[in-house]
Design a protein. Structure first.
Length: 290
């Protein structure tokens, strides 16, 4: 299984990310190129990148499984302020360049929030923005994340994701990231994940799934909330999440934990262990804090 978690880019950039992933016994990871809430980004140190790539090789981590996540401040769906929308487009372009420098092939993107736009206009705005970002030279694939339906989010069902994909010019440069918490909160019955995969396969195609965010949810199915819970500590539950993680139809898809820290400590070493052993950890907090 290709499994890892969100890691902090921090001072050491990609090199620090690799070190954290190794400490969690992960064989992949996901990172933001800076704080997800802002646009402050520091220059990439190519010497550190070379060191990171060496460390990846030494630990048999395939760089093609590593995922970047675009910051939340990017919103391609709303164009009420054209300059703000253009800022999102430009920032996403820069993020793709940063990924290229880092040697990372995938970047997850929230499709955006409509705010006061109609869903039809939001769709046009998203596709217009993506078609401005993606050209024939683009080397990094954007992965549209399935959303919970909190507020006015776009991309909250298979049809909305399909609508975006259908309107992208360079279709082989865009994919999808499934998020188990978001799917649950959007109304998908995760205990029948194969039914969801059947629908996705029919409407879009499973080859488009390049990443899975493996999270439990604090809220019930269909709540449209988007609050992640530790593995086995939410409404989806351990057994269902294990069934999803081991589903043979998404076997080669990297699984990324975005579960909450426990009192400022990352829980990922223990959560990854529980998933690999298929054994629920009912004393996760004690383990993480010891
Ligand atoms: Zn996610």
């Amino acid at each position: 299984m290709i499994i890892g978690s969100h890691v902090n880019y921090g001072k050491e950039g990609l090199l620090g990310c690799v070190k954290q992933a190794i400490s969690y016994n992960a064989n992949t990871f996901m990172f933001y190129t800076g704080a997800p809430q802002n646009s402050i980004r520091k220059a990439i140190d190519m010497q550190d990148v070379a060191k990171a790539h060496n460390l990846l090789k030494e630990n048999n981590i395939n760089i093609d499984t590593i995922i970047c996540h675009a910051p939340y401040i990017i919103n391609l769906a709303n164009k009420a302020k054209p300059e703000a929308w253009q800022f999102s487009v430009n920032f996403l372009k820069e993020e793709l360049k940063r990924c290229e420098l880092l040697g990372v092939s995938y970047i997850v993107l929230h499709p955006g929030s409509c705010v006061n736009e109609t869903r039809e206009n939001a769709l046009q705005n998203i596709c217009g923005g993506l078609n401005e970002v993606i050209d024939s030279e683009t080397k990094v694939m954007i992965l549209l994340e399935t959303m919970a339906g909190k507020g006015t989010e776009y991309g909250i069902n298979t049809n909305e994701i399909k609508q975006i994909l259908n309107n992208i010019i360079y279709k082989n440069k865009i994919g999808v990231c499934l998020d188990t918490c978001h799917l649950n909160d959007s109304g998908v019955d995760m205990s029948n994940f194969d039914i969801y995969l059947d629908e996705f396969a029919k409407e879009i195609g499973l080859d488009k799934v390049k990443c899975l965010h493996l999270n439990d949810s604090l809220n019930p199915m269909g709540s449209h909330k988007d609050r992640h819970a530790n593995i086995g500590y939410g409404t989806i539950g351990f057994d269902t999440l294990i069934n999803i993680a081991y589903n043979p139809r998404i076997k080669d898809v990297p699984k990324i934990l975005e579960t909450p820290y426990i009192e400022d400590h990352a829980p990922y070493y223990y959560e990854i262990k529980a998933i690999l052993e298929k054994k629920f950890n009912d004393h996760l907090k004690e383990d993480v804090l010891k």
